[in-house]
Design a protein around this ligand. Sequence first.
Ligand SMILES: Cc1cc2nc3c(=O)[nH]c(=O)nc-3n(C[C@H](O)[C@H](O)[C@H](O)COP(=O)(O)OP(=O)(O)OC[C@H]3O[C@@H](n4cnc5c(N)ncnc54)[C@H](O)[C@@H]3O)c2cc1C
Length: 374
Amino acid sequence: MTTTVTIIGAGLGGLTLARVLHVHGIAATVYEAEPSAGARTQGGQLDIHEHDGQRALAEAGLTAEFRAIIHQGGAASRILDRHAKLLLDEPDDGDTGRPEVLRGDLRRILLDALPADTVRWGKKLTEVTALGDGRHELTFADGTTARTELLVGADGAWSRIRPLLSDARPRYAGAVFIETYLHDVDERHPAVAEVVGDGAMFALAPGHGISAHREADGVVHTYAQLARPADWLDGIDFADPTAALARVAAEFDGWAPELTALITDGDTPPVARTINTLPTGHRWDRTPGVTLLGDAAHLAPPAGEGANLAMLDGAELASAIAAHPGDGEAALTAYEAALFPRGATAASDAHRILDLCVGDSAPFGLVDFMTGVS
Ligand SMILES: Cc1cc2nc3c(=O)[nH]c(=O)nc-3n(C[C@H](O)[C@H](O)[C@H](O)COP(=O)(O)OP(=O)(O)OC[C@H]3O[C@@H](n4cnc5c(N)ncnc54)[C@H](O)[C@@H]3O)c2cc1C
């Protein structure tokens, strides 16, 4: 194939696609809205699974680089009730098959493995026009344009490419997550360090959850999870972090103080994230010259799979393009035939896991799920 593949979005999915294409000797250009690689901290830790994320990294030829960034011991997990009573404790014995890494580190090893001019930073796509015969014209916020014969929307939940293929829009999934960070926990928050342990901690009750993750360098990253109506956040003034944290903590009245401290003692301003989803089983008719991957294709509630899946999509799409030289349509047909069922299964699992975390069966439903009872 002589065509350069045009990718919108330098998230983990778009970068994995670009890297695996590069491994196959196929050129790609990635247009990314953010002004630079370091413009934003990249969020917390991700567990990278053998069957998707690690597979994608192997196809990218980056297994050694991945192993070098693993947070050793960080894959432990435990489930508690609201009184901090331990219901399940799974230590990281080094053999979980899902080691933890920082998202920023993962993005860096992908970026470092691409030719220098692959990613064009500060290129926010504002408009895309179909020119016929599978060709598209892209217009960016800086007024520049580009043309492409093979376009991939790796631009996340609110994809600008998706409307070329489908009318689906993300809708609210019924939960809000409020994100907090505590630093230097062993010294400054020893009770929190103790209750969270070495890895992931899920303290759950119907309608509420606190999930926290111990990251490298004494950082604990927390999501307070609440099943509330979409407008519930409107009554909270996030410009006043202290008041906002107190308001969120009030939803956890009666919970163990070492759990609510994960909210009230937050060292950074809280960030609210509404959880959105595309319809489970989202798909589209084959449309010449364009496809989607990752959240753009199958956005679902966070369940520890989305980034892994985006990377596998990227690797699979690159392999399909390499396997069909000169025939982009055959490549996209083969890729989508596997993408649709994979995305549908993952989305249905993700909705189930969200329900296990904040639905009526919490916390025991998640314990049963993790121990293989249900
Ligand atoms: C609270 C929360 C916790 C999560 N935790 C986990 C977890 O533990 N494990 C896991 O596997 N997944 C997790 N996920 C899911 C995961 O973050 C996503 O599934 C994953 O990031 C999707 O990758 P992507 O490459 O498809 O899209 P993204 O990571 O969203 O990347 C899209 C890129 O496109 C760029 N972009 C967007 N619009 C434009 C435009 N118009 N022009 C140019 N560039 C554009 C963006 O700036 C971004 O860089 C979590 C999600 C949330 C909300």
